[in-house]
Design a protein around this ligand. Structure first.
Ligand SMILES: Cc1cc2nc3c(=O)[nH]c(=O)nc-3n(C[C@H](O)[C@H](O)[C@H](O)COP(=O)(O)O)c2cc1C
Length: 367
């Protein structure tokens, strides 16, 4: 009996298995014209082929809640009707293959207005046609990116509203899961971490101040996201700087703070934490197979909210062990699914497990 291929129900959504497609930016949307931020053929192929491959949940790439929230001008977004309708088409197709469709909602904050990674991933100056002024919790730059403007309290209120409006559009598009992106050094993580948040108002300072924007976003999204549908949050479990400093008072974001945050989010209607790490400060990360799993395990074992693990999970037995040992409720795969969209079907075969969703009849002779 495979734990990995046992369905999981959160609220009223049943995930047919626990191998999920992690969000992956494609930097491939139109940067200008009517289709700005709208998914098209490339995104459809990217997402639907992993549904055909058997992933139990397909999470879209970070999809911006406002134009300024995009990492690059070619990011997906969900702030207008054209984008919503384009997503709806793809969502229908993902579901037709038996996978659950989810969207990651994001704001890039001080890491916005950059070129695609394969063009360098560097800041596009605000005065260039495709660039814009970035905002962050404080006027502190990430590496050699442009220095952001410190968000005003009015900016923060607007961002919270943008997340809620995006969730309403996601619902209209047919998504069954919303994941709030609070990881990888993007806007919410910038607020969480004392390394990037030097504010002295109610959105900075102590732990309660730094997490306030996320709690407000969660509450605003939960207020419009149906009771029967699950809400996920992706966090960076650590900034990889002060892991040895106990409690909530380290100078960067740590796993102790993650655990405290998650336990609090349990009372705000969050159903699962997708646990990644890093991205907010430039430091060495000890990357190895499953290197982020211990951070998911802490959430899974020390809070009441289920966790999903991600990061260099590439082998069927490794994934099976993570779930069967209770380190995490599910696993997310990113690059391995780029190499092999059929990884879930291959893993099931290797583990001698039966997989739902079943293979499409057109492909049955191959499986
Ligand atoms: C091409 C690419 C794009 C990514 N885009 C996102 C994203 O939009 N949102 C996000 O939270 N993580 C993003 N990530 C990180 C992945 O979701 C995942 O956490 C990371 O790649 C580690 O998992 P892996 O070892 O299975 O690749 C991206 C990763 C890749 C390779």
């Amino acid at each position: 009996m495979s734990a990995l291929f046992t369905p999981l129900t959160l609220r009223e959504v049943t995930f047919p298995n626990r191998v999920w497609m992690a969000p992956m930016c494609q930097y491939s949307a139109d940067s200008e014209g009517d289709g700005v931020g709208a998914p098209h053929d490339w995104h459809r192929t990217h997402l639907v082929s992993r549904a055909i491959g058997g992933a139990g949940l397909i999470l879209t790439e970070a999809s911006a809640v406002s134009p300024e929230g995009r990492i690059s001008p070619a990011d997906l977004g969900i702030w207008n009707d054209t984008q919503t309708e384009a997503f709806a088409d793809i969502v229908r197709e993902i579901k037709s293959h038996g996978s659950v469709a989810g969207i990651q909602l994001a704001h890039a904050g001080r890491k916005a207005s950059t070129t695609a990674p394969w063009v360098g991933g560097t800041s596009i100056p605000a005065d260039e046609p495709l660039g814009w002024e970035t905002v962050g919790p404080s006027a502190i730059a990430f590496g050699d990116h442009a220095t952001p403007r410190a968000a005003t309290v009015e900016d923060i209120a607007a961002i919270v509203r943008d997340f809620a409006a995006a969730a309403q559009r996601a619902l209209r598009a047919g998504f069954e899961v919303v994941e709030i992106h609070a990881a990888h050094g993007y806007l919410v993580h910038q607020f969480l971490s004392p390394a990037s948040n030097h504010r002295t108002d109610q959105y900075g300072g102590d732990f309660t101040g730094r997490i306030r924007i996320l709690v407000e976003i969660v509450d605003a999204v939960r207020a419009v996201w149906p009771e029967e549908l699950p809400l996920f949050v992706r966090v960076s479990g650590t900034d990889w700087l002060d892991e040895d400093t106990a409690g909530l008072e380290a100078d960067s974001w740590t796993s102790d703070q993650t655990v405290a945050l998650v336990q609090l989010l349990a009372d705000h209607g969050v159903d699962l934490i997708d646990v990644s790490t890093g991205g907010n400060v430039q430091t060495r990360i000890p990357v190895e197979p499953g290197y982020q799993v211990p951070f998911a395990k802490r959430v899974q074992s020390e809070t009441t909210v289920p966790a999903a693990a991600v990061g260099l999970i590439t082998e069927p037995k490794q994934a099976e062990d993570i779930v069967s040992s209770g380190e995490a409720e599910a696993v997310l795969l990113a690059r391995e699914l780029l190499r092999d969209p059929y990884w879930p079907r291959r893993a099931a075969r290797e583990l001698g497990a039966e997989i739902t969703p079943p293979v499409a009849p057109q492909y049955a002779r191959a499986f």
